[in-house]
Design a protein around this ligand. Structure first.
Ligand SMILES: *[C@@H]1O[C@H](CO)[C@@H](O)[C@H](O)[C@H]1NC(C)=O
Ligand SMILES: *[C@@H]1O[C@H](CO)[C@@H](O)[C@H](O)[C@H]1NC(C)=O
Ligand SMILES: *[C@@H]1O[C@H](CO)[C@@H](O)[C@H](O)[C@H]1NC(C)=O
Ligand SMILES: *[C@@H]1O[C@H](CO)[C@@H](O)[C@H](O)[C@H]1NC(C)=O
Ligand SMILES: *[C@@H]1O[C@H](CO)[C@@H](O)[C@H](O)[C@H]1NC(C)=O
Ligand SMILES: *[C@@H]1O[C@H](CO)[C@@H](O)[C@H](O)[C@H]1NC(C)=O
Ligand SMILES: *[C@@H]1O[C@H](CO)[C@@H](O)[C@H](O)[C@H]1NC(C)=O
Length: 431
C-alpha cells in the first residue's frame, strides 16, 4: 500500500468506528453495567432493553424490554415484576458466571437475578430482534446452547418465536400471567398455561379456578380455539417429545409486529401493529371461541350459544337434577338414560361438531388408527369414549376414562367423538 490509500484507509476506519460508537450496542459484556437511563437496542432496532415506569406509576422502576420504534411504549417483558426499584438507582450487570444481576445501587440490594444452565465460558448478553434477551457463550454459535433467555420467563406477552409449554431438561415452564394493573406488572390472577395431565391442553385460570379450556392440539389447532389455526399472519406448530412439549407461533411476514397478551382483566388477545394508524389492533381473541365458562353444562352436557337455554344433554342422557336444570343450574350435568352393561356388551355412538371434552384423565397414542382405538376402548369397561388424536394426518388414538365434561357445539370446526352407550340405547328407534 502506498501512502495516500493508507491515509484514506485510516480515514474511513475512523468514520466507521465513529458510526459504530453512535449506534447503540445490542450486547452487555461481562462486568459491564447498564444504569437507569442507559439502554441496549437489538441489531435492527426492533426492541430496546432498559428501565421504565409503567402506566401512571412514576415512582417504581422496572427493567424491561419494549418496542424501540413505537411511541406507545409497549412493554413485552419485565425482569423485576414483583420487586420494583423506587428511584433511578437500578443497575444491571452481567457477572462472569453468566448471571445477570439487577441491583439497587442506592440500597445495595439485589433486586433480581437470572439463572444459568450448562457451562459458562465467555458469556455475553444479547438483545435479539425477536425481543429475546439471551445470555450465550461467545464461542458457541449454536443459540440452542444458551445459558439463559428471557423467552423462558414470559411476562404477560407471548411473542412470535417463543415457546408455550415446558422443557423437562432445562426445567422451564412457559406460560403467561397478567399484570395486576396497567401501573403494576406484578403477577395478576390470570394465567394461560399448558396442563400435562393426559393429553396436554391449554387452559386459562383465575387464581385456582379454571376459567377456560382451549383443549388439546388436534394436528391443526387447539380444539377449543379454532380461530387460532394457521392464518395470514402466523402459522402454529406443536412439538411433543421426551424433552419438551410446546406450541409456537411463527410470523408469515416477519416485518409485521405481532403479540399475544393476557390483560389485567383476563382478556386474551392477539395484536397486530398497524403502521397507518400507529396503533395496536386486535386481530384475534381466542376467548371468543370459548366464552363459555369451563364445565358450564356439567358432565355429558353440551353448550350451544346459538340456543336458549344454552345447555343441553347429549342424546341418550337426561339432566341429573331436572329441577335445577330447568332453572339454568346446569353444573350437575347429565346422566345416562340407560345404564352401561359392559358384560352384555356396549357399543359406541358418534357425536359430531363438538369441542372435545377435558382430556386431563385421558390416555393417548400418536400412532394407533381409529379402528385400533375403538378396539382398545371396547375392551376396557372403564373407557367412556374414543376419537382420533390428530385430524390432520387422521392418526392417533385418544381415550377417555372419566365422565365427559366441558363440551360445546361448534357450528364449524367441531370434532367427532365416539361415546360408549348401552346396546339398548343404541337400539332405540324413537326418541
Ligand atoms: C470481571 O470482574 C471480576 C471481579 O472484579 C474480575 O475478576 C474478572 O477478571 C472480570 N472479568 C472480565 C472479563 O473483565
Ligand atoms: C393514567 O391516568 C389517566 C388520568 O387519570 C387515565 O385516563 C389513564 O387511563 C391512566 N393510564 C393508565 C395506563 O393507567
Ligand atoms: C433512593 O431511595 C432510597 C430509599 O427509598 C433513598 O434512601 C435514597 O436516598 C434514594 N436515592 C436517590 C438518589 O434518590
Ligand atoms: C407458570 O410457569 C411458572 C414458571 O415459569 C410456574 O412456576 C407455574 O407453576 C406455571 N403455572 C401454571 C398454571 O402452569
Ligand atoms: C410484508 O409486509 C410488509 C408491510 O406490510 C410489506 O411491505 C411486504 O411486501 C410484506 N412481505 C411479504 C413477503 O408479504
Ligand atoms: C412502517 O412505517 C415506517 C415509517 O413510517 C417504515 O420505516 C416501516 O418499514 C413500516 N413498516 C411496515 C411493516 O410497513
Ligand atoms: C381401566 O381399566 C383397566 C383394566 O381394564 C385398568 O388397567 C386401568 O388402570 C383403568 N384405568 C382407569 C383410568 O381407571
Amino acid at each position: 500500500m502506498d501512502a495516500i490509500p493508507l491515509f484514506l484507509f485510516f480515514f474511513l476506519l475512523s468514520i466507521h468506528s465513529l458510526l459504530v460508537s453512535i449506534k447503540a450496542a445490542d450486547t452487555i459484556a461481562v462486568n459491564q453495567t447498564i444504569k437507569d437511563g442507559q439502554t441496549i437496542v437489538s441489531a435492527q432496532e426492533t426492541f430496546e432493553l432498559g428501565f421504565f415506569s409503567p402506566g401512571n406509576n412514576t415512582q417504581n422502576r422496572y427493567l424491561g424490554i419494549w418496542y424501540k420504534r413505537l411511541a406507545t411504549g409497549t412493554v413485552v417483558w419485565v425482569a423485576n415484576r414483583q420487586t420494583p426499584i423506587t428511584n433511578k438507582s437500578g443497575e444491571l450487570t452481567l457477572h462472569p458466571d453468566g448471571i445477570l444481576v439487577l441491583r439497587d445501587s442506592a440500597t445495595d440490594r439485589i433486586v433480581w437475578t437470572s439463572d444459568s444452565f450448562g457451562a459458562t465460558r465467555i458469556p455475553t448478553a444479547r438483545l435479539l430482534d425477536s425481543g429475546n434477551l439471551m445470555v450465550v457463550n461467545d464461542d458457541d454459535e449454536n443459540l440452542e446452547n444458551y445459558i439463559w433467555q428471557s423467552f423462558d420467563h414470559p411476562s404477560n406477552t407471548y411473542l412470535p418465536g417463543m415457546k408455550f409449554g415446558r422443557n423437562l431438561e432445562r426445567g422451564v415452564v412457559w406460560n403467561i400471567t397478567s399484570w395486576k394493573s396497567a401501573d403494576d406488572p406484578s403477577p395478576g390472577p390470570y394465567v394461560v398455561y399448558m396442563d400435562f395431565n393426559g393429553a396436554p391442553q391449554m387452559f386459562q385460570k383465575d387464581r385456582d379456578v379454571i376459567l377456560l379450556r382451549f383443549g388439546i392440539w388436534n394436528g391443526l389447532w387447539f380444539t377449543g380455539m379454532p380461530s387460532f389455526k394457521d392464518n395470514q399472519i402466523f402459522s402454529v406448530r406443536y412439538v411433543s417429545n421426551d424433552i419438551e412439549t410446546y406450541s409456537a407461533f411463527s410470523l408469515i411476514n416477519a416485518s409485521v409486529l405481532s403479540r399475544l397478551t393476557v390483560s389485567p382483566l383476563g382478556d386474551l388477545s392477539w395484536w397486530n401493529w398497524i403502521n397507518r394508524t400507529q396503533g395496536w389492533f386486535i386481530y384475534l381473541t381466542p376467548t371468543v371461541d370459548n366464552h363459555v365458562r369451563y364445565a358450564l353444562c356439567g358432565v355429558y352436557g353440551s353448550c350451544d350459544l346459538e340456543r336458549s337455554p344454552s345447555c343441553e344433554c347429549l342424546k341418550g342422557f337426561t339432566p341429573k337434577r331436572r329441577d335445577q336444570w330447568d332453572v339454568s343450574d346446569w353444573t350437575r350435568g347429565c346422566q345416562r338414560e340407560i345404564a352401561l352393561d359392559c358384560v352384555a356388551g356396549d357399543g359406541f355412538r358418534k357425536y359430531s361438531s363438538l369441542k372435545l371434552p377435558d382430556t386431563r384423565e385421558s390416555w393417548f397414542d400418536t400412532r394407533m388408527t381409529l379402528a385400533q382405538c375403538e378396539t382398545k376402548c371396547r375392551n376396557e369397561c372403564n373407557c367412556t369414549a374414543y376419537t382420533t388424536l390428530d385430524i390432520k394426518d387422521n392418526i392417533g388414538c385418544l381415550l377417555w376414562y372419566n365422565e365427559l365434561i366441558d363440551m360445546k357445539k361448534f357450528p364449524t370446526n367441531g370434532q367427532d367423538i365416539y361415546i360408549r352407550m348401552a346396546t339398548a340405547e343404541l337400539g332405540k328407534i324413537f326418541r
